[in-house]
Design a protein around this ligand. Sequence first.
Ligand SMILES: [Zn+2]
Length: 457
Amino acid sequence: MSLDIQYRPHHYEDVVGQQGTVRILREICRTNKGFQQSYLFAGSHGSGKTTTARIFAKSLLCESPVEGQACDGCDSCIRFKAGTLPNYIEVDAATHSGKADMKKIVDSLSFATFSGNRTIYVMDEAHQLSRDALDALLKPMEDPIRGSEDKQLVCIFCTTEPEKMRATILSRCAPAFVIRKPAVQDIVDRLKYVADQEEITTEDPALVALVEATRSHMRDALKALGSLSTIGGATWDNVVSYLGLGNQDLYFDVIDSIGVDLPKVIDSADEIMSTTSPTSFYNTLLEIIMVAHRVHCQLTGIPSYMPTDRVHTSAQSQSTFLVNIAQKVADRVSKPSKNMVLCDLAVLHHMKAGTLPSYVPTTQQSTPSQVRPNTSPSNNSSPGIHETADASVNIGEKDGVFAPMRATKGFLPDVASQPDLIENGHLSRDAFFLLLRQRTDEIKNSKSSLPKAVDRP
Ligand SMILES: [Zn+2]
């Protein structure tokens, strides 16, 4: 059994970092004061909403709770743990969001024989429930099913996006319980406890890095600890290797070289993406940039696995341009290719170096036949249509995926001389990058001085 399942909390004492919420929930169960039929647990992914909801549900169903907590000894608790309690139903609304799904669940109520006097639904990702599904669910809450008038139907809604919850639910649940992510040290302490029980070797700095890199996500951290136990434990070297934190310097090389040294930007990004997906590259780059931006704004918060000196250097060297880089990275397409990433970096480089001229819209929808030297620009406002020094060429994809830009004067090879790269009047991102790559390679192979576009300012 994996560690995250084996050590999933079954008691309030094991819930990390939610003392305030736990105190209130225990009081509700102990005194029955403040008891409602609907509850809302809101919190980010991995914060422990569903786990807390389960423990609360178990205590509400327990036949003889102790100090507001399930006794673990009664028939209800035993069947709850075994997953055979008919009056506890957990629904993943992400996959069962329709009216038919909900009706099936609600209809099953009238056939079930309840051992207790409550039936509890825990609705995970509840914001995805459709209006019809909610109506089907709320009806038996307000209009009890015949023969079960003495039963209480209780709904616990868990969501990462409470703002998407329907007003009919919010008005029944106020106030919502906000489940916050636990503090790094609280999760580290929990990992140490688990590691002690399982006799897994750990190092404190490695555990801190592990928790930071898994974004304080308890389940992910426990899963990682389980995997690390098979390769000698959560030592610094193992954590860095397992979580791919060893190429931080390359990311800083990319950031620091933008606007200064294009070949180094491309080479460093190339090297990172030889072992990392473009999506993962963008995510990590954005994270590092925002950490550097925090430092630039004189805020604290450098994760322990990042080289502090390099964060400070990037914060100083890119200064306010960090925001431009972050915006470009954050605006990425959902499934970027490696060439899209490299192209975006090249655009950023030229923006920073001041070698990216503003584009001139043209009036006609260009076709391949229009791509010829010395064509003067017209006045079309179509997006993605731009003019180069030598030819009128569309650079950018029709769907606007590729940010508007113009080939850099004197840097790219003559686009018009390679008409096979132009399709329907558009030079695609990949084609643009191909040209850019040719040019970059030429520069790298050349012993002569670099052209102005890549000169250090
Ligand atoms: Zn019990």
